[in-house]
Design a protein around this ligand. Structure first.
Ligand SMILES: Cc1ncc(COP(=O)(O)O)c(C=O)c1O
Length: 386
């Protein structure tokens, strides 16, 4: 055990256990090493512009109104709009806490559910922040496979086999980062059945729920009561930098804990953002979300076809979000393949960043015009000598 005196004597910083070994994700590490004029298949950040009516409204609010703190959980009118997104829960306004992006909602939810030594079930592959949040809350990540050989579909036997008396929470994400796959109603029914009576919390990351290409994805909260919804506006309305997210939960004790923690971490998200976001459920906003769905659907199909016709490679067909998993196993280690692409000015993310199951794949995000994506595929072809 290190003491404060020991730390000072040695002149070295000893971080608390929760911070040890925590690193920026491989997604960021690859992106930050991009050569000039690289094609970005790496970051999951919408390239479509933020809708004009939202920008104008935020500018007006900044100029005309006084923007002090809001109450910690956010302005009631905005929280009411969010509750209406989940009519099946019949949430009171206190059932929602508005956070600085869904990332804050996620971290808060983990901190409020997970205790030292608790196990948390995470999908493999999945967004690396879940692993980090589990460790920050001093829990132990336990992975359930979404098998690559079934295009990363949910597998209830895998899920069930990982539940132990120590399991405190489980994470689901749909549409998925990194696979673009959507959980079916049956998947959720099976999860609800497996968790029934266990007291396990289900953390449902629904940040991509407005970006779907066929049927609207269901919310895990329709099937299992002890669910904490994590969502926001970043992806569907190209508002990543605005930092508007939320946690929603029908359990008053849990959402209150999240609200208290949020008050001590960020106080409230930007007041200007909150007020402008009142327009995020208008007809204009719904039209912008539909436009985003149409654009990403077209781009996903374009890119998957191009990988097949130009490189003879299989990429999973996306059902939502803006990701596909490209199978590059024939070229060797995904880290090396991604490195070769990086050196030829194409940023991708090695599947390893998301878990063992995605080894041999690259996550490709299609937040790019068709022209840029075609150039990206040309450069990858060159890099891999196809
Ligand atoms: C799966 C997933 N969840 C959450 C987030 C956090 O997004 P934000 O904090 O902008 O809402 C991201 C961002 O990339 C993501 O991909």
């Amino acid at each position: 055990m290190s003491t404060r005196a020991e730390t000072i004597d040695r002149g070295e910083v000893v971080l608390p256990r929760r911070m040890r070994g925590l690193q920026p994700t491989l997604i960021r590490q690859f992106f930050e090493r991009a050569l000039p004029d690289s094609i970005n298949f790496g970051l999951g950040e919408p390239d479509l512009p933020t809708p004009e009516f939202l920008k104008r409204e935020a500018a007006r609010i900044a100029v005309e109104e006084q923007n002090g703190y809001t109450s910690h959980p956010g302005i009631p009118a905005l929280r009411t709009k969010i509750t209406e997104q989940y009519p099946h829960l019949n949430l009171p306004v206190t059932g929602v806490v508005v956070t600085c992006g869904s990332q804050e909602a996620m971290t808060d939810a983990f901190m409020c559910c997970v205790d030292q030594g608790d196990e948390v079930l995470l999908p493999d592959p999945s967004f690396p922040a879940y692993d980090a949040c589990t460790r920050i809350s001093e829990g132990t990540p336990v992975y359930y496979r979404m098998p690559a050989d079934t295009e990363f579909a949910f597998d209830i036997d895998e899920f069930r086999s990982k539940i132990t008396p120590k399991t405190k929470a489980a994470v689901v994400i749909s549409p998925s980062n990194p696979t673009g796959k959507i959980m079916t109603a049956d998947d959720y029914r099976q999860i609800a059945d497996a968790l029934d009576g266990t007291g396990i919390w289900l953390l449902s990351d629904e940040i991509y729920s407005d970006l779907y290409f066929e049927e609207r994805p269901r919310s895990a909260s329709e099937f299992y009561e002890r669910t904490i919804i994590i969502s926001g506006l970043s992806k569907s309305l190209s508002m990543t930098g605005w930092r508007l997210g939320w946690a929603a939960c029908s359990d008053p004790k849990m959402i209150n804990a999240i609200q208290v923690l949020h008050g001590f971490t960020t106080v409230c998200t930007s007041t200007i953002t909150q007020k402008a976001s009142l327009l995020a459920w208008t007809d204009e906003a719904e039209a912008a979300k539909q436009h985003a769905r149409d654009v990403y659907k077209g781009r996903g199909e374009f890119l998957v076809d191009l990988f097949s016709s130009e490189m003879g490679l299989h990429a999973t067909s996306p059902e939502g979000a803006f990701y596909t998993m490209l199978d590059v196993r024939q070229f060797g280690e995904d880290m090396e393949v991604a490195e070769k692409c990086l050196q030829n000015r194409v940023v991708t993310v090695p599947g390893t960043a998301f878990g063992n199951e995605a080894k041999g794949f690259l996550r490709i995000s299609f937040c790019n015009t068709e022209e840029r994506m075609a150039e990206g595929v040309r450069r990858m072809k060159e890099a891999l000598a196809v």
